[in-house]
Write a protein that binds this ligand. Structure first.
Ligand code: NAD
Ligand code: TYD
Length: 355
């Protein structure tokens, strides 16, 4: 079996569900269930004996050591993290604790376990660390996309904490020989995306008749990948990636934020028109920019295609339509994640931004 951390979050839950749809290999899902982790994301697996959910922290090395010796997984995939840039600006500490200190404790537990393995189990073991393109910093409009050898230049507490974790993972390979793999992926979107991030926030606010808050001039560029394509890339890297290597994962889908918001509005105009017949675009509101806002991210995904034959299956047009439809069909999920804590966050992040 394998051990997945953070498998109740957005990408982790999509990964866990996809994994069990494609293989009978069981998995242990270790998740702290922060505001971003939600057991409802795993409702499709209720009663499935192949899925063992454990409520816990990657920073608890007694717990992880116990799980490793009990279940003897052949691989670990580390999704667990604090993941939202705006939250890292308001309060970086949790990011340092989970993304850096937590990853360190996890690596220590894994090193101990890996050292106890023999023969095929030792040879075949992998630790796959799921990271982000944000570690590379910001690109100018005419600069080449991030390759795996691009300099690390993180600009937010979030990206700095992910960069630190990438460095620790790398060091455990070079120093101790731990067979690690690292993926650095661009912005994901799709079902179960927490509505603090751009795309789900715009869908949810649009339907609620609320303003659509575009930071600054809305011309910041991100490279969007449908979440199940990220999941298939991770499976491919786990199967065939070379230990010690990093792989950039992206969708060849660079788009300015404003274009994303316009696309979401147009889809909603078609699928769920406003009662007054006006376009959702009218709800767009330009608000104060994010401090230190990275201007452009773009992934050069040629290495994973060349070496491992991976390519995304979805285009942006197909992926965004599926995503908008999913939110329309899962309004209960949206209501359930919009707890009091969510509302407090919205007030904190947007209350102080000037339209
Ligand atoms: P998310 O915030 O939706 O989910 C994170 C999950 O980790 C939650 O279930 C949470 O409960 C859990 N978690 C947090 N702290 C934990 C801890 N100390 N111990 C155990 N579990 C803990 O995040 P996501 O968007 O699904 O991202 C998953 C991973 O992918 C992260 O490492 C992130 O940096 C990386 N990533 C995300 C994107 C993206 O666009 N969302 C892109 C590239 C890489
Ligand atoms: P986000 O989804 O937070 O991802 P990241 O910061 O990790 O790229 O934001 C995507 C882009 O959308 C980013 O440039 C910030 C911008 N943005 C807005 O303009 N308004 C918003 O309300 C949010 C949440 C993001």
């Amino acid at each position: 079996m394998i051990l997945v951390t953070g498998g109740a979050g957005f990408i982790g839950a999509n990964f866990v569900v996809d994994w069990l749809a494609q293989s009978d290999e069981g998995l242990i899902n270790l998740d702290k269930l922060t505001y971003a982790g939600n057991r409802e994301n795993l409702a499709a697996l209720a009663g499935d004996p192949r899925h063992i959910f454990v409520h816990g922290d990657i920073g608890d090395s007694d717990l992880t050591s116990r799980l490793l010796s009990q279940y003897q997984p052949r691989a670990i995939i580390n999704f667990a993290a604090e993941s939202h840039v705006d939250r890292s600006i308001h309060g970086p500490e949790d990011f340092i604790q989970t993304n850096i200190v937590g990853t360190f404790h996890l690596l220590e537990a894994v090193r101990g376990y890996w050292g106890s393995l023999h023969d095929d189990a030792l040879q075949g073991f992998r630790f796959l660390h799921v990271s982000t393109d944000e570690v590379y910093g910001s690109l100018a409009r005419d600069e080449a996309a991030f390759s795996e050898t691009h300099r690390y230049e993180p600009n937010s507490p979030y990206s700095a904490s992910k960069a630190a974790s990438d460095h620790l993972v790398r060091a455990y390979h070079h120093t101790y020989g731990l067979p690690v793999l690292t993926t650095n992926c661009s912005n994901n979107y799709g079902p179960y995306h927490f509505p603090e991030k751009l795309i789900p926030l715009m869908i949810v606010n649009a339907l609620a008749g609320k303003p659509l808050p575009v930071y600054g001039d809305g011309q910041q560029i991100r490279d969007w990948l449908y979440v199940t394509d990220h999941c298939s890339a991770i499976r491919r890297v786990l199967d065939a990636g070379r230990p010690g290597e990093t792989y950039n994962v992206g969708g060849w889908n660079e788009k300015p934020n404003l274009e994303i918001v316009h696309t979401v509005c147009a889809l909603l105009d078609e699928l769920r028109p406003r009662a007054d017949g006006k376009p959702y675009r009218e709800q767009i509101s330009y608000v104060t920019d994010r401090p230190g806002h990275d201007r452009r991210y773009a992934i050069d995904a040629r290495k994973i295609e060349r070496e491992l034959g991976w390519k995304p299956a979805e285009t942006f047009a197909t992926g965004i339509r599926k995503t908008v439809l999913w939110y329309l069909e899962n309004q209960d999920w949206v209501r359930n994640v919009q707890s009091g804590a969510y509302r407090a966050w919205v007030e904190r992040n947007y209350g102080e931004r000037q339209p």
